[in-house]
Design a protein around this ligand. Structure first.
Ligand code: GLY
Ligand code: MN
Ligand code: MN
Length: 436
């Protein structure tokens, strides 16, 4: 299926989901200013992209089931000759129809007028209220225009409903095309991690490794990472969202690299932790192998029919048992788990959904129950242990060791597939790879 026919398919499904007396409205992401007149690189809103494939700002998609002139209306920027000179071509109204499958296209400047017409005699509006004040106001202005026509026998909408759920339940199960894109993002991210391992040596700085990661992403056309690269040497690895990336790589330290490319808006998310000098010390190896064992146990639980919490619970059990064996926790394993004693060293959960957003959408609980895993779901499995130097009570040999191992896992009919398996992971694989 071509990408355009897949987007069309998704719109059709949405139109079937909402009833004929309703309208659904979704807006593009705004342009954000970095400083003065410099913009951040544009990134489309994931829900909007999921339905439209349209990558411009200042756009609004309207879905109106059974509308005679067409059910899919796209409002966007008109083609602008002057802008074409300065910032390049925008697709304009003709392009919105011809290239993006809109039944009708209008200028975004006419939003209130166009929307007011479409809202006539519709009862319910699916719209994510509260994301953008200015847009909320424009939508309300359109509704008020319809209200003014009630004396002419026209009805105005009476209900506003959040629509995220409708889309997010679908985004949770990836189509074959989405999986293909995620595989491509994963493949290039694996290559980037290998490149980072190859280039790593004492005396370099964290940003040198970041440069290698970005080089590998960009040379494959993946112009942006899916999130800021974490390149954390030594005890910096104990800062979970460390992105400063300015420290020196010291002989004898570990380096934690958490980095993934974004490809056609789909994310990869990989963490590898390896020795700066290519050889694990004994304490580093001990902790590393414990995290690795926890990750193996968690991945084994990532199966169709298992619940969302099962990989996490498996990781917590392995980690807690290991911490007791090492004397880092004392007491009965089951009680330590119940009391969450492991949180001193492992304070985050074992994963998250992955897709158009790195922390992708979809509920983790359905009612009171953890969600059951099913084929087509993609998630990360990323246990870690963080022996912060601030932990005064632990033995000096552990201090400053921060380790996380993260892979991207697709749930399949038979079990699972690790999309990021190509990045060296065992102690032996890493040491051999870095030596070669
Ligand atoms: N890189 C973000 C995360 O691992 O969740
Ligand atoms: Mn992650
Ligand atoms: Mn990550």
């Amino acid at each position: 299926m071509s990408d355009q026919s897949e987007f069309r398919q998704r719109r059709k499904q949405l139109l079937r989901q909402i009833d004929k007396s309703a309208v659904a409205i979704l807006a593009s992401a705004p342009v954000r200013i970095r400083n003065k007149d410099v913009e951040y690189p544009y990134r489309q809103d994931s829900d909007f992209y999921y339905l439209t494939g349209f990558n411009e700002p200042d756009a609004l998609a309207i879905f109106a089931p059974a509308r005679e002139q067409g059910e899919y209306v796209l409002l966007c920027r008109k083609f602008d000759e002057k802008n074409a000179v300065w910032t390049g071509r925008n697709v304009g109204l003709d392009g919105a129809r011809a290239e993006y499958g809109a039944d009708e296209a209008f200028a975004i400047d006419d939003l209130e007028t166009v929307l007011a017409t479409i809202l006539e005699n519709r009862k319910r509006v699916y719209y994510p209220i509260g994301r953008d004040r200015e847009l909320d106001q424009r939508i309300m202005d359109a509704v008020n225009q319809v209200r003014e026509r009630t004396r002419a026998g026209i009805e105005a909408p009476t209900e506003f409903v959040a629509m995220e759920r409708l889309l997010h339940e679908r985004r949770l199960i990836k189509t074959p095309r989405e999986i293909e894109l995620m595989r491509e993002a994963a493949e290039v991210s694996v290559a980037a991690h290998k490149r980072a391992m190859r280039m790593c040596k004492p005396g370099l700085y964290e940003y040198h490794i970041e440069a290698e990661l970005l080089h590998e992403f960009i040379r494959h056309g993946m112009r942006s990472p899916a999130y800021p690269c974490i390149v954390a040497a030594g005890s910096n690895a104990c800062v979970l969202h460390y992105t400063e990336n300015m420290s020196e790589l010291k002989d004898g330290d570990l380096l934690l690299v958490d980095a993934g490319a974004e490809w056609q808006n789909y994310a990869a998310d990989i963490t590898r932790t390896f020795p700066v000098n290519g050889k694990f010390s004994k304490p580093q190896r001990t902790i590393y192998e414990l995290v690795l064992e926890a990750q193996r146990a968690a991945i084994e639980q990532a199966q169709p029919g298992k619940r969302w919490n099962e990989p996490h619970d498996a990781a917590v059990r392995v980690l807690t048992e290991g911490l007791v064996k090492l004397g880092l926790l004392e007491g009965q394993v089951s009680k330590l788990i119940k009391d969450e004693a492991y949180k001193r060293f492992y304070m985050h959960r074992t994963g998250h959904w992955l897709g158009l957003d790195v922390h992708d959408v979809g509920d983790y609980k359905v009612g009171d129950e953890w969600r059951t895993l099913a084929p087509g779901m993609t998630l990360t499995v990323e246990p870690g242990l963080y022996m912060s130097s601030r932990l005064t009570e632990i033995d000096a040999r552990w201090k400053g060791i921060g380790i996380r191992i993260e892979d991207d896992v697709l749930i399949t009919e038979e079990g699972n597939q690790v999309l990021t398996a190509g990045a060296p992971k065992t102690v032996l694989e890493i040491e051999q790879f870095m030596q070669d």
